[in-house]
Design a protein around this ligand. Structure first.
Ligand code: AHR
Length: 632
C-alpha cells in the first residue's frame, strides 16, 4: 500500500479552452502500403490460388502438386495469351496449396475462373477439400472443356462446416486419368462490398477503423524495385487479370499485379481516403539511376500519364481508360511524391531528377502538391539535397526505438515554419533490434512500442500545421512461416483471422478522436524516465478541439510503470459534467496475436468532473484518450 502510494504521481495540467492554437491538418493520419509481407497476394487481394499464372517460377509449378494415384503435372511453355505464356499439363488431378491453405467458411461461395483445354471434349471437377483429401467442402463441374483454350467460370458453394478452417486445398480433377491443360486459375471467396471489390473484408474493416484520410501507394521500395527494370509498371496492371504480366517485387517474391493501379484507387474509396501517389523517378534499390535526359523523360511522361489516369477528363487518353475500367469520375488526387527514399541515391542525382519531374507535373497539374522523397534536415543524417527547386512537402521516415520516438515527441515544436511542410511517410517505434536487424521482435509491435508511437503522435498533433500528413509502415503482415519480410508491422493476419497490434489501437484512438484546432496544454510535475544515462519526461500529452461541436480530445501517454493522476486546471471555458476515457495498457512486452488478438485492447469508461475540477487517473504503461464537451 505504502509502495503503491509512493509510486503514484500527480501531474498538474493546464488546458486553455479560450485560445485554440494552430489548425489540425485534415490529412494528418493516413496509411502507407506496398507489396511486402504478402500484403496483397496472400493478403488484402483476396485471390486464393497461389501461382495462378505459373509465373512464380518458370522451371517448376510451385505451389501445385499432382493429386492422386497415377496423376502427374508438368509446367509447359505454352499458354493462352501473350501475358500468360505458361500452363500446367495435368494427367488426372492437380492441387493448389493456396496461400497457407484456403479459408473455408459455412455457405461461402467461391468464384472460379480458368483457362483450360483437353485433348478431347470432357468435363472436370473442381473442389475445395481438406489437405489429405478426406473431406470435400465444395465442388462443382467445369464443363465445356475441349481442344481449344477457353476461359470458363463456375462457383463452388461450401456447405456447413462446424468451424472455419484453413486446412484445405483446391483440386481440379478429370473424371479418369485424362490429360488437360490449365492456365490462369483464379478463385475468389466473398469479398468486400458484396463482391464488388477484390479485397478481403476483415482487412478493409481494420483499415476503416483507423479513419485514414489518405493512402500512400505503391511504395516504399515496391515503387522502385531492385533494378531499373523492376519499378511498379502501372499501365501493365490495368485491365483483365490474365493480361497483367506481373513483376518481381523487391521483397523476394513475384507480384501478380492483381492489385493494380485501378485497385489501389478502389481501395482508397473503400476506406474513404484520398490517393497519395508515388511516381517512379528513375532510381533503383541497387543504386542505379537514370540521369536527366531522354531516357528519364520517358518516365516523366509515364508519371504524367499515370496522373492522367487518376484525374484526367474522360476525353483524355488515360482518363478514357479509367472510364473503361469502370470509374468515370476522376479521383481526388492532391499529392504526388517523386520517388521513394531517394536520399539513398549516392550519385546525388535526385535534385536534378526532382526538378524535371516537379516542373513537368506542376506545369500540367498546378493544383497538385509535390512531395520530395528525401526527408528532412536530419533524416538519415542528410541535408536537404535540393537547392534550386521548390520543396513543398518533404517525406521523412523514422524506424526508431520507442525511446528515440519519445525523444522526438517535441521535435516539431521548434521546426522552422518557413521550411517545407513535413509528411512523415513511414514511421514505427520498435523495442530491441531494428526490424531489419537479426533478433528483431515481431511480427507486430509490443505495448512499449505503442507508447513510443503515441508519444510521437502527440508531437505531430501539436504541430500539425506543419506536419501535414503521417502514416505508419508497414501496414500489413502475413504471420504464417515465410510470410514476413519486415519484422515490425501494424496489422497481422493468417488465412482466417486478423489482429491489430497495440500500435494499431493507439492509432485508432488518436485518429478517431481528432479535432480541428490544437488546444494549448501544459504539464508540470511530470516524473521522469531514464535510459542509457539519458532522461526524458515520463508522460506526453496533446489536446485538440472540434470547433463545430466543442468536443475536446486529450491524449495522455504514460510511459512509466506507475499510475498517474492528471489534475486539470481549465482556462477560457469550462467542461461538461462527464467525459469518456479510452485506454490501452499492459506490460511493456505485451503483444497481440492470432491466438490472443485482444490482449491489448481499448477499454472505455466514464469520468465525472469533480467539484475540484477534472482529474484523470491513468494506469502505468498506457495510452489514453479523454473526450469531453466544452462549454464556452
Ligand atoms: O517499410 C519498409 C521499407 O522501409 C520501405 O519499403 C522503404 O521505403 C523503407 O526503407
Amino acid at each position: 500500500m505504502i509502495l503503491a502510494l509512493l509510486l503514484q504521481h500527480t501531474v498538474q495540467a493546464t488546458l486553455d479552452l479560450g485560445n485554440p492554437g494552430v489548425k489540425v491538418s485534415p490529412s494528418l493520419y493516413g496509411l502507407m502500403t506496398e507489396e511486402i509481407n504478402y500484403s496483397y497476394d496472400g493478403g488484402l487481394y483476396a485471390e486464393l490460388i497461389r501461382n495462378r499464372a505459373f509465373l512464380d517460377d518458370t522451371k517448376q509449378p510451385r505451389h501445385w502438386s499432382a493429386a492422386g494415384d497415377g496423376s502427374t503435372i508438368t509446367l509447359e511453355k505454352a499458354g493462352p495469351t501473350t501475358a500468360r505464356p505458361y500452363s500446367l499439363k495435368v494427367k488426372g488431378a492437380a492441387a493448389n496449396e493456396g496461400f497457407w491453405g484456403f479459408p473455408i467458411r459455412s455457405n461461402n461461395s467461391y468464384r472460379l475462373s480458368l483457362y483450360v483445354k483437353a485433348d478431347s471434349k470432357t468435363n472436370l471437377i473442381a473442389s475445395l477439400e481438406s489437405r489429405d483429401g478426406s473431406k470435400v467442402y465444395a465442388k462443382t463441374q467445369v464443363s465445356g472443356v475441349d481442344s481449344a483454350w477457353r476461359k470458363v467460370s463456375a462457383v463452388l458453394k461450401a456447405g456447413s462446416v462446424s468451424a472455419p478452417t484453413a486446412d484445405a486445398r483446391f483440386v481440379l480433377r478429370a473424371t479418369s486419368l485424362e490429360t488437360f491443360s490449365l492456365a490462369q486459375v483464379s478463385l475468389f471467396p466473398p469479398t468486400y462490398n458484396k463482391n464488388k471489390t477484390v479485397f478481403r473484408s476483415d482487412l478493409v474493416e481494420k483499415m476503416q477503423a483507423l479513419k485514414p484520410t489518405f493512402l500512400r501507394f505503391p511504395g516504399g521500395n515496391y515503387l522502385e524495385g531492385n533494378t531499373l527494370k523492376d519499378y511498379f509498371p502501372w499501365e501493365k496492371t490495368l485491365g483483365p487479370i490474365e493480361d497483367r504480366p506481373g513483376h518481381m517485387s523487391p521483397w523476394g517474391y513475384r507480384s501478380t499485379d492483381g492489385m493494380g493501379l485501378a485497385e489501389f484507387l478502389q481501395w482508397c474509396e473503400a476506406i474513404n481516403s484520398k490517393p497519395v501517389l508515388g511516381v517512379y523517378a528513375g532510381y533503383a534499390l541497387n543504386g542505379d539511376v537514370i540521369k536527366p535526359g531522354p531516357e528519364l523523360d520517358k518516365f516523366v511522361q509515364y508519371a504524367l500519364d499515370e496522373i492522367e489516369y487518376i484525374v484526367g477528363a474522360p476525353t483524355t487518353k488515360w482518363g478514357a481508360q479509367r472510364v473503361r475500367d469502370g470509374h468515370p469520375k476522376p479521383y481526388p488526387l492532391e499529392y504526388v511524391e517523386i520517388g521513394n527514399e531517394d536520399g539513398f541515391d549516392k550519385s546525388g542525382s535526385y535534385p536534378a531528377r526532382y526538378t524535371v519531374f516537379y516542373r513537368a507535373i506542376k506545369s500540367k497539374y498546378p493544383q497538385l502538391s509535390i512531395i520530395s522523397s528525401t526527408g528532412g534536415t536530419d533524416w538519415l543524417g542528410m541535408k536537404y539535397p535540393i537547392k534550386d527547386s521548390p520543396l513543398e512537402v518533404v517525406d521523412e521516415h523514422y524506424y526508431s526505438t520507442a525511446w528515440e520516438m519519445m525523444t522526438m515527441a517535441n521535435k516539431y515544436d521548434s521546426f522552422d515554419r518557413k521550411g517545407p511542410k513535413v509528411f512523415v511517410g513511414e514511421w514505427a517505434a520498435h523495442t530491441g533490434p531494428a526490424p531489419w536487424e537479426a533478433g528483431a521482435k515481431g511480427p507486430t509491435s509490443d505495448m512499449r512500442s505503442a507508447i513510443g508511437d503515441a508519444a510521437f503522435m502527440t508531437g505531430m498533433e501539436r504541430n500539425s500545421d506543419h506536419v501535414v500528413m503521417s502514416c505508419y509502415a508497414p501496414l500489413f503482415v502475413r504471420v504464417d512461416p515465410g510470410g514476413m519480410q519486415w519484422k515490425l508491422n501494424l496489422v497481422g493476419y493468417n488465412t482466417l483471422d486478423t489482429f491489430g497490434s497495440p500500435s494499431y489501437y493507439a492509432q485508432t484512438m488518436f485518429a478517431q478522436n481528432l479535432g480541428d484546432r490544437v488546444l494549448p496544454l501544459s504539464l508540470s510535475g511530470v516524473a521522469t524516465q531514464q535510459e542509457g544515462g539519458k532522461t526524458l519526461p515520463g508522460c506526453f500529452a496533446s489536446a485538440t478541439i472540434d470547433s463545430k461541436t466543442g468536443t475536446v480530445f486529450i491524449k495522455l501517454v504514460n510511459a512509466l510503470d506507475s499510475e498517474h493522476t492528471f489534475n486539470f486546471n481549465t482556462k477560457g471555458g469550462s467542461l461538461a459534467a462527464t467525459g469518456t476515457l479510452t485506454t490501452i495498457t499492459g506490460p511493456n512486452d505485451a503483444v497481440n496475436s492470432i491466438a490472443e488478438p485482444k490482449k491489448i485492447f481499448p477499454s472505455t469508461k466514464k469520468v465525472a468532473v469533480g467539484s475540484l475540477g477534472l482529474s484523470i487517473k491513468v494506469p502505468g504503461n498506457s495510452v489514453n484518450v479523454f473526450q469531453i464537451k466544452s462549454v464556452r
